[in-house]
Design a protein around this ligand. Structure first.
Ligand SMILES: Cc1cc2nc3c(=O)[nH]c(=O)nc-3n(C[C@H](O)[C@H](O)[C@H](O)COP(=O)(O)OP(=O)(O)OC[C@H]3O[C@@H](n4cnc5c(N)ncnc54)[C@H](O)[C@@H]3O)c2cc1C
Length: 377
């Protein structure tokens, strides 16, 4: 067994950490409160060539490998959740195009991702279909050389600011999950529109509508009726990387807690000198380390033995996001009243972290996946 990163992975971690601390930290408090996309952050990510991690070789990237993506997400989210979101959501769009796209689709959509010149969006969830993907209601009907799409999506992160969207629609209403197909949609396609949603935590996100939206037949992504596999395999990779982002957020909360507990004096001594505080910090760091191990085990499996990682990816996502919620909550508690003051880093982390337990499969859905597997085994 080897629990160390390779030399190359360590170099990536150091590079992303340095970049995040030097370039993102000065603007993070501002951009992390945005409900729209910061193109300055996209430009900086492009400059560092970080979008190459979510683009395959031959199209300007270095390949969609899970360990490097998790490393980048952990380091980015520790400093700026906005930067992490731009990378992850474009990755959610790039992966299905890389894996299922035709050569023409890859040539058209992937190279601009590699340079972070364009952003992607993965639009699966609908107002009446979230966890239960098979019941989605958007339809795509073949009419001559085009598919006519009608319906709506919600909670589409980075929408309506992205330029390229991977979305899903029923091409055969009689076939349940086997009647779902995936499509690529370009911003500006007539009949395709987006309206921003407002969440409790900062997050660029939109409702998308398709009104008799005509897509050329060539925009079908993958085989007709295989959209469910496209969606699930994409989530399989990115789910564990949500765990990595959660580890980054928790790590930051823990660092803030350490620093505050050394500064703040109560009853004549620093908070850090109370054993109750020390126990909290010990629990935090243990929790973070456990989650980190689960995340990188799942990532390693994805890269080395991909057929064996579904359960591990779900465990990593479940444990890391629930862990981060506990750690951030403890960090807020350690800050006392200042923990809930607007502008305090832990206050923002508290609003940010809540969402991670919901997207890319709620904690309950991860438990269903894990339980199904253990009972089958
Ligand atoms: C910040 C944010 C960003 C998002 N980004 C995207 C995105 O980019 N693209 C996208 O497509 N979607 C995105 N989503 C949507 C997200 O993936 C869904 O919200 C999530 O899958 C849950 O679906 P739902 O909201 O419809 O809840 P529901 O599916 O209605 O679930 C409601 C509750 O019931 C529970 N539940 C459901 N089924 C079961 C069951 N069988 N057993 C036990 N409990 C169950 C759930 O766990 C949850 O607690 C995002 C959501 C958020 C909050």
């Amino acid at each position: 067994m080897d629990f160390r990163f390779t030399e190359e992975q360590e170099m990536l971690r150091d590079k992303v950490r340095r970049f995040a601390e030097e370039k993102l930290a000065p603007i993070a408090a501002e951009v992390d409160e945005l409900d729209e996309v910061s193109w300055e952050v996209a430009r900086l990510l492009g400059e560092q060539e970080l979008f190459r991690l979510i683009t395959p070789e031959g199209y300007g990237g270095v390949g969609l490998k899970a360990v490097p993506i998790c490393i980048a997400r952990e380091e980015l989210s520790r400093i700026s959740i906005h930067a992490d979101l731009l990378l992850a959501e474009t990755g959610l769009c790039a992966y299905p195009i890389s894996t299922y796209g035709t050569e023409a689709q890859k040539q058209r959509y992937l190279p601009p991702f590699a340079k972070a010149e364009k952003l992607g969006c993965f639009a699966l969830t609908e107002p009446e279909a979230g966890s239960d993907i098979a019941s989605l209601q958007t339809t795509a009907v073949l009419d001559g050389d085009s598919y006519v799409i009608n319906g709506s999506k919600c909670f589409a992160s980075v929408g309506p600011f992205a330029q390229t969207y991977v979305t899903f629609a029923k091409t055969d209403q009689t076939q349940g999950s086997r009647g779902i197909s995936a499509f690529v949609v370009e911003k500006g396609t007539p009949g395709f529109d987006g309206k921003q949603m407002k969440l409790m935590g900062p997050h660029p996100i939109a409702e998308l509508t398709f009104t008799a939206c005509r897509l050329p037949k060539e925009n079908l992504l993958g085989e007709l009726g295989r959209g469910m596999s496209v969606a699930l395999s994409t989530l399989n990779l990115f789910r564990m990387s949500v765990g990595a982002a959660a580890v980054g957020v928790a790590q930051r909360a823990y660092e803030e807690a350490i620093s505050y507990s050394k500064r703040r004096v109560a009853f004549g001594q620093a908070l850090a000198e109370f054993q109750a505080t020390q126990f909290k910090l010990a629990d935090m760091v243990t929790d973070i380390d456990a989650a980190r191990l689960l995340v990188y085990r799942a990532a390693w499996l994805k890269d080395e033995l991909p057929e064996k990682m579904t359960n591990e990816a779900s465990m990593a996502k479940l444990f890391a996001t629930e862990m981060a919620w506990r750690v951030v909550d403890q960090a807020v508690q350690l800050h006392g009243g200042y923990g809930v003051v607007k502008g305090m880093p832990v206050e923002r982390l508290y609003r940010v972290i809540r969402q991670l337990r919901v997207y890319e499969g709620t904690s309950e859905i991860q438990k269903i996946i894990i339980a199904r597997q253990i009972l089958r085994d």
